[in-house]
Design a binder for this molecule. Structure first.
Ligand code: CTP
Length: 420
């Protein structure tokens, strides 16, 4: 792998024609402005590995926003600019390209976001996380496809190593601990031995990173194809314990994640379910602490809280003579991820079966009679209607009524009992 010096053919062969043609044109447009343009980061790594990746990151030694405006000019492209960061995004027909001004970064203090100023492509590569992510490819027409690899990333690709660029890398930005683990497990690489020692030495620097940024890293892990691999490794290395000391990336979790993937329900985004499973074995108070540390948005926090609430009902759900209406009463109001996480997490086959029954059947059962029907039958308006509808639902759930007619008879019978 280290002998590859030009990626022009790989770009041509591995990227869709429309994108590779566009890269040529972009290089030419940059040349006309007297600027050098480069393809960088993950896509270069993946071109060298032959892995699919259509997330294109470009770096220009000059004003990225002005160049992006020119590239978008007069076309269907959507342009989003971030003047504060000197970056721009171009989106068209399903493609997405990010363009940044080459930058020099300095860290005022560990964990903080870096101070940024314009720089050269070498400055831009030296600020990066790992050697395999610090390779650039020239797009300027005179040297189209040439590789710039000042940190010997190609050697590390060949050795299958994740290696930092300098000794203070994890101190500057401890999120790189999570990133390193993620790449290692995704690519089946190894953290290079001295990088591994630095990572272990610097594990406590994770404390300098805000919960928000850690949540972002966790989300990225949970979007991996097999997230439990990275969680297991993060557990071994202490990164998971730093997030919360009771979190574990063990066999229990791996088995549940695998089962969760097999469900593949469109109503059930995998990430939400993974997160509930990860936090499932925490106590209620621990789970709350994790939610507030990670600043989980309500959409992700609620299923965690619901799963905890269901956990407290598991003993009741195991009662031997529980009728379907009893199952309904215990589970009613909880949504899919929390319920499904409990199906996957509990060991009792009876409880599993009961939650499954609720999900597949019981939760959709309703009486045939409506509130209006009851009014027409002479039931006075007010809370009594709701009570009767609930009684009817329970009768349906327990198989005591099967048709609208049965329900009408029931209501009359109850009325007679009450009045008579
Ligand atoms: N990068 C970095 N340090 C970070 C984040 C990003 O050095 N903390 C650099 C790396 O060079 C990385 C590039 O920015 O390759 C793009 O970042 P990102 O999109 O997060 O990484 P990809 O390598 O594209 O990762 P993935 O394959 O997971 O999308």
């Amino acid at each position: 792998m280290s002998e590859v010096n030009n990626l022009a053919e790989s770009i041509q062969g591995q990227l869709p024609g429309e994108l590779s043609g566009w890269l040529h044109a972009a290089g030419e447009a940059a040349r006309q402005r007297g600027l050098r343009l480069y393809l960088v980061g993950g896509v270069v790594r993946d071109l060298l590995l032959g892995r699919p990746n259509l997330d294109l990151d470009l770096v220009v030694e000059g004003d990225a926003i002005a160049l992006a405006k020119e590239l978008a000019g007069g076309s269907e492209m959507k342009l989003v600019t971030h003047p504060r960061f000197g970056t721009a995004g171009l989106r068209w027909g399903g493609w997405s390209v990010d363009l940044a001004t080459a930058r020099l970064e300095t860290y005022a203090r560990p964990g903080a976001l870096p101070a940024v100023q314009p720089g050269s492509i070498s400055d831009d590569l030296v600020r990066r996380d790992f050697t395999i992510n610090a390779i650039a490819v020239e797009l300027s027409p005179d040297r189209y496809g040439s590789i710039l690899d000042p940190h010997r990333g190609r050697d590390d690709l060949a050795k299958r190593f994740i290696r930092v660029l300098h000794q203070k890398s994890f101190i500057d930005d401890a999120t790189r601990i999570w990133r390193g683990v993620r790449y290692e497990q995704r690519l089946d690489f190894r953290l290079e031995p001295s990088t591994l020692s630095l990572l272990k030495r610097d594990i406590d620097w994770l404390d300098t990173v805000s919960g928000d940024r850690i949540r972002h890293e966790l989300e990225l892990v949970l979007q991996e194809e097999v997230p439990e691999k990275a969680l297991r490794r993060a557990g071994e290395l202490g990164a998971l314990g730093n997030m919360h000391p009771s979190l574990r990336g063990d066999d229990w979790l791996a088995e549940r994640f695998e089962q969760a993937r097999l469900l593949k329900s469109p109503d059930l985004p995998a990430m939400g379910l993974y997160l509930v499973l990860l936090a499932y074995r925490l106590s209620d108070a621990e789970s709350e602490r994790l939610i507030s540390y990670l600043k989980l948005p309500k959409l992700l926090a609620r299923p965690l809280q619901a799963a905890q609430a269901i956990k407290e009902r598991l003993a009741m759900l195991a009662a031997p003579d529980l009728a379907p209406s009893g199952i309904y009463a215990l589970l009613h109001g909880y949504r899919e991820p929390a319920l499904t996480a409990n199906v996957l997490a509990v060991s009792s086959p009876l409880v599993k079966e009961r939650i499954r029954l609720y999900l597949s059947k019981l939760r959709a059962i309703k009486p045939a009679l409506s509130g209006n029907d009851l009014k027409e039958m002479g039931v006075p308006e007010g809370p009594g209607i709701k009570r009767l509808l609930n009684r009817l639902r329970n009768a349906r759930l327990d198989g005591e009524v099967k048709s609208k007619k049965d329900e009408e008879e029931c209501v009359r019978g109850w009325g007679e009992k009450i009045n008579g």
